[in-house]
Design a protein around this ligand. Structure first.
Ligand code: BTN
Length: 309
């Protein structure tokens, strides 16, 4: 386990891209640094890693009360409300040899978020459960089977440190904690509050997510194997996408409709459709699929009109 010196009170000043000033992060808790306002914690972590990666411990996290340019998967914008949402990005370091399997970090980030939120939010007053929606969302599944998105994870490769032969990635979590029904942006979104759960303190969620991340990434990094590390089994067990009548949207292709059957070793989802079994790779629906090709460049956001929360 990585220990952070909670008395050191380090601060980070991160120059925002495009000459938009500086974001000031203060030490918060458990390896997390907090700011009131920034563009995107994903961009800030990439910037921080480029400037000071020699000093950054794995699982260092940046938390913003508010983001002006929050990014979701496949170029969507990510909206959040101060105090009612959690927006956090964590630094992940893996042996460079695992570059081809690092797409698993997104799924691991989602599994860690589901577990952390479930641990803290208690039992819903109406029988709702928190599950993984492949590849990287946490959904509230009601007793009648309706699914609504509570949280999303975005994984991005940020670079390789030659001196330690490691790769660095940033895994970001956006979670709807205390939003009311009126504050939800779409009919398919939910918050812990609207799903009938306790609303935990943001800091507690950050701490629990980092612990769950560390446990899973540690096991994955040590074995390089999603099955041996237990994450493949957990994701299959907790995945709400493994059911009949699933529609998997693919930004670069037509949607696949059928029964979600299982998630396999490379992180792909198998869907039994009327045309037979179709393999949907997580790369088709998440940015992390492009990761090994973005070896030195940081990906520019391609914000589209669609927004998620
Ligand atoms: C998705 O569901 O599309 C993923 C959403 C990820 C949002 C988080 S909020 C913290 C971090 N900073 C960002 O700009 N995005 C991620």
């Amino acid at each position: 386990m990585v220990r952070h010196d909670q008395t050191s009170q380090v601060t980070y000043d991160i120059a925002r891209r495009g000459d938009q000033g500086t974001t000031h992060y203060e030490y918060w808790d458990y390896g997390a640094y907090r700011t009131a306002l920034t563009g995107s914690t994903q961009d800030d972590m990439a910037e921080l890693w480029r400037a000071r990666h020699g000093e950054l411990a794995p699982y260092t996290a940046l938390v913003a009360d508010a983001q002006t340019a929050g990014r979701g998967r496949v170029g969507r914008r990510w909206f959040s409300l101060p105090e009612r949402s959690l927006t956090v990005s964590a630094l992940i370091v893996l042996p460079a040899a695992l570059v081809e399997s690092a797409g698993w970090l997104t799924l691991i980030g989602g599994a860690a978020a589901r577990r952390a939120l479930s641990r803290l939010a208690g039992v819903s007053c109406n029988g709702t459960e928190l599950k993984i929606s492949w590849p990287n969302d946490v959904v509230a599944v009601s007793a009648s089977g309706e699914q609504r998105k509570v949280a999303g994870v975005l994984g991005e490769y940020i670079g390789r440190a030659e001196e330690t032969d490691t790769l660095a990635a940033v895994v970001g979590l956006g979670a709807n904690l205390g939003l009311t029904e009126d504050e939800l942006p779409t009919p398919t979104a939910a918050s812990l509050r609207t799903a009938g759960f306790e609303v935990p303190d943001r800091g507690e969620v950050v701490r629990a997510w980092l612990q769950e991340l560390e446990e899973r990434v540690g096991a994955f990094g040590a074995t390089g194997d999603p099955r041996a590390s237990g994450v493949l089994e957990e994701i299959n067990r907790e995945c709400a996408t493994l059911r009949p009548n699933v529609t998997v949207g693919r930004p670069r292709d037509t949607p696949v409709i059928g029964r979600g059957v299982r998630i396999v070793e490379d992180g792909s989802l198998i869907v039994a459709s009327t045309d037979g079994e179709v393999v949907v790779t997580s790369g088709e629906v998440s940015l992390f699929g492009d990761m090994p090709r973005a070896v030195t460049a940081f990906r520019e956001p391609t914000a589209g009109p669609e927004a998620t929360r």
